[in-house]
Design a protein around this ligand. Structure first.
Ligand SMILES: NC(=O)c1ccc[n+]([C@@H]2O[C@H](COP(=O)([O-])OP(=O)(O)OC[C@H]3O[C@@H](n4cnc5c(N)ncnc54)[C@H](OP(=O)(O)O)[C@@H]3O)[C@@H](O)[C@H]2O)c1
Length: 243
């Protein structure tokens, strides 16, 4: 990893990733909407670690801009970490299409759109690493967040297909499935400590998984077992649960 593009750089996990990668002397391209918010972080990382950090405007909601976004990058990355996502409001989304649309666009369509462009470039160059942050929510639809969950399910399947396609080109595709992470996304939610990862730890585990050339990781291993149980609850029982 030398030049790393982080999509959704204002997330706390993305910021933790950026600091840990800058410390390892990686050059960074931080992409976010309203990225002037990241100007102070950029200077801090440049001064602290002596690395080049550039900022680029990116919005997942506008797929028609994604090709020109990628084309406009001065130097192409060798690693892309797709961090952006939007939990949204399930109740609101059930009543208002705009909210459903934002959830599906931010977690699935927008990711597919930008990663299609990047995958074609990496395939041609026969190198590269693509990391996608999906979610355990994609493993089984639940009434409390099936709009977000279904978009993440699509994203997980997309990454799996991409990995299968790009293997022969030497491109690594890593799927990351967090359970809970203590970030803005969980503001106001109380989650059990043993199921909740801190952004710094999540970032360190993602970097370790890249170095180990993993295909898929759960951020906290306990989630593998939690989801094994959840996936195996028979449907006639599952549909009666209030989850
Ligand atoms: N936190 C959890 O418990 C948890 C669990 C499972 C999976 N995840 C996934 O982990 C990833 C990181 O999330 P987080 O926990 O760090 O949450 P977060 O702090 O809410 O970060 C979400 C990031 O996505 C960006 N984003 C949202 N919509 C976007 C759009 N249309 N275009 C560009 N960027 C957009 C946000 O940018 P703005 O600052 O501009 O809004 C923000 O940087 C997400 O993919 C999330 O779905 C999180």
């Amino acid at each position: 990893m030398k030049r790393i593009l982080i999509l959704g750089s204002s997330s706390e996990v993305a910021i933790a990733l950026a600091y840990q990668l800058a410390e390892k002397s990686c050059e960074l391209i931080l992409a976010a909407r309203n990225c002037e918010r990241l100007a102070a972080l950029k200077s801090d990382m440049e001064i602290r670690f002596g690395v080049k950090v550039s900022l680029a405007e990116f919005n997942a909601l506008y797929p028609e801009t994604h090709n020109s976004f990628y084309e406009s990058l001065e130097a192409k990355p060798d690693t892309v970490i797709c961090v952006f996502g939007y939990l949204g409001d399930q109740l609101r989304a059930m009543a208002h299409w705009e909210e459903s649309h934002a959830i599906v666009m931010s977690n699935y369509v927008g990711a597919v759109s930008i990663l299609n462009v990047i995958a074609n470039d990496f395939e041609k160059r026969k190198e590269g690493i693509i990391v996608g942050i999906s979610s355990v929510a994609g493993e089984r639809g639940r009434q409390s967040n099936y709009l977000y969950g279904s978009a993440k399910a699509g994203f997980t399947a997309y990454l799996s297909g991409l990995r299968n396609r790009l293997f022969k080109s030497g491109v690594q595709v890593l799927t990351v499935k967090p359970g809970f992470m203590q970030t803005r996304m969980l503001d106001g939610m109380k989650t059990p400590k043993f199921l909740t990862a801190q952004p710094d730890k999540a970032a360190a585990l993602i970097i370790r998984a890249i170095h180990r050339r993993k295909d898929l990781i759960y951020i906290l291993p306990v989630w593998r077992w939690v989801m094994l149980i959840i996936r195996n609850i028979p449907e006639f029982v599952f549909k009666r649960l209030k989850l």
